[in-house]
Design a protein around this ligand. Structure first.
Ligand code: FAD
Length: 407
């Protein structure tokens, strides 16, 4: 790449925004163009189900860079611009408005879209997904104290939404089809903790609840498989993400649970890199390929891709971490549990509002979840990164400071 080169980034999310900013930070003097389907410049999604839903922050505060800042560092952002085809031979993109955009290097940062609810009536006017600013604006327009909201899905987005809406005075029913919330990401002890917290806050949280359909359009009631009717004024759906890989797939790039990239973020075409929720990358830490849905990954992979486009040859290797805010609680997770053979509790999730859980495999710490223990999370990150071997009894013993366990 040189000062006459053009890097085009498809997707104005956190990965795309970060890649553009890093290109400039690294002194790239050529053109940087971000093409985004949504109208907004790259923005942060985590507040969508937290402070933006509650009204505590405005739209502009979500932007990774304000339009003036983008202009200042000469990053060209074009919103409402959907890329519909990559022509790898011609090295240009076809846009929905019929025009084309040439590139020397391309970054695909198309993220993902919210999984639609596969049941009849889900297309009704008051059933909403929760992925974009526009989604949240529509939800907020129907929210007022006393309104009844049915939330479908007991994952992070559903639970965060429930916490905000119940505090806003809505009557919240949360439906989770599995026997427990957060089943995909954590252990039963942590799920039980969050179920208790939400019920204590007034959420009517129902697990093992099979949603079968809706009545009316707009929906006036959700109907469960056992015939139970839940009167409702609006429905919010948080049942997962579908990676946006179609563009890459149609261009013949390797796809396998996401766009396959190597440790440098390159796809199977050396002129095309990819970053963020849409990618499946080799993780040295996990010893396998992984597709992550987290801000940390989107930002760090976005940056890594920018650096590697400029020839830095730096493998992207980090320990995944994630957070979720619900009520006054801060859940922080590092590593990926599930393959552990031992779990160690530090503190008591059944009777308190802060604790930590460590996951061990063959004696090594591979992951940890902490609730409202930011300092212990800091140490947990180190222990997980090191794959530390720690005496489980000491780990469980709160009279032993975590600090003394870190080498
Ligand atoms: P995205 O943010 O999905 O951005 C991709 C962009 O590409 C989109 O704007 C899309 O419109 C655009 N695009 C797609 N296809 C095209 C095309 N063909 N042409 C042009 N543009 C296109 N993560 C955390 O770590 N912690 C949290 O607390 C947390 N909370 C979250 C809460 C909510 C409500 C949501 C939705 C997500 C949350 N996440 C959280 C996840 C985090 O936001 C994502 O991991 C992150 O946004 C991924 O960034 P990305 O840039 O890869 O993709």
């Amino acid at each position: 790449l040189n000062a006459d080169s053009t890097v085009v980034i498809v997707g104005a999310g956190q990965a795309g925004g970060e890649a553009a900013a890093e290109l400039r930070r690294q002194g790239f003097a050529g053109r940087v163009i971000i093409l985004g389907e949504e109208p907004q410049p790259p923005y942060k999604r985590p507040p969508l189900s937290k402070a933006y839903l509650s009204g505590a922050v405005n739209e502009e505060s979500l932007y990774v860079m304000q339009p003036a800042q983008l202009a200042k560092v000469n990053i060209e952002f074009r919103g409402n611009t959907k890329v519909i085809r990559i022509d790898r031979k011609a090295k240009h993109l076809e846009l929905a408005d019929g025009s084309t955009q040439a590139y020397d290097k391309l970054v695909i940062a198309t993220g993902g879209r919210a999984r639609p609810l596969p049941i009849p009536g889900a297309d009704a006017s008051n059933v909403f997904l929760l992925r974009t600013i526009e989604d949240v604006q529509k939800i907020k327009a129907l929210c007022a104290p006393g309104k009844r909201v049915t939330i479908v899905g007991g994952g992070f987005i559903g639970l965060e939404g429930a916490a905000v809406l119940v505090k806003m005075g809505l009557k919240v029913t949360l439906l989770e089809g599995l026997p427990r919330v957060l089943a995909r990401v954590t252990v039963p002890e942590v799920s039980a903790f969050f179920e208790r917290v939400h019920r204590e806050a007034g959420v009517d949280l129902r697990t093992g609840a099979q949603l079968a359909g809706f009545e009316g359009n707009p929906v006036t009631a959700a109907v469960l498989a056992d015939g139970t009717r839940i009167d409702t004024d609006l429905v919010v759906v948080g049942i997962g993400l579908i990676a946006n890989t179609e563009l890459a797939q149609a261009a013949g790039l390797a796809i396998d649970n996401g766009i396959v990239v190597d440790e440098f973020g390159a796809t199977s075409d050396p002129d095309i890199y990819a970053a963020g929720d849409c990618t499946n990358h080799p993780s040295r830490f996990l010893g396998r390929m992984v597709r992550l849905e987290s801000v940390q990954n989107a930002m760090e992979q976005g940056r890594a891709v920018a650096r590697n486009l400029l020839g830095k040859n730096e493998p992207y290797q980090t320990v995944p971490w994630f957070w979720s805010d619900q009520y006054d609680l801060k859940l922080q997770m590092v590593g990926i549990s599930g393959t552990h053979d031992r779990m160690v509790l530090r503190g008591d999730p059944a009777s308190s509002r802060n604790f930590a859980v460590f996951y061990l495999k063959d004696g090594r710490i591979i992951a940890a979840d902490t609730v409202s223990r930011p300092q212990e999370f800091m140490f947990a990150k180190k222990l997980v990164a090191e794959g530390a071997v720690i005496d489980p009894d000491k780990l469980a013993d709160e009279s032993v400071p975590m600090k003394s366990l870190v080498s």
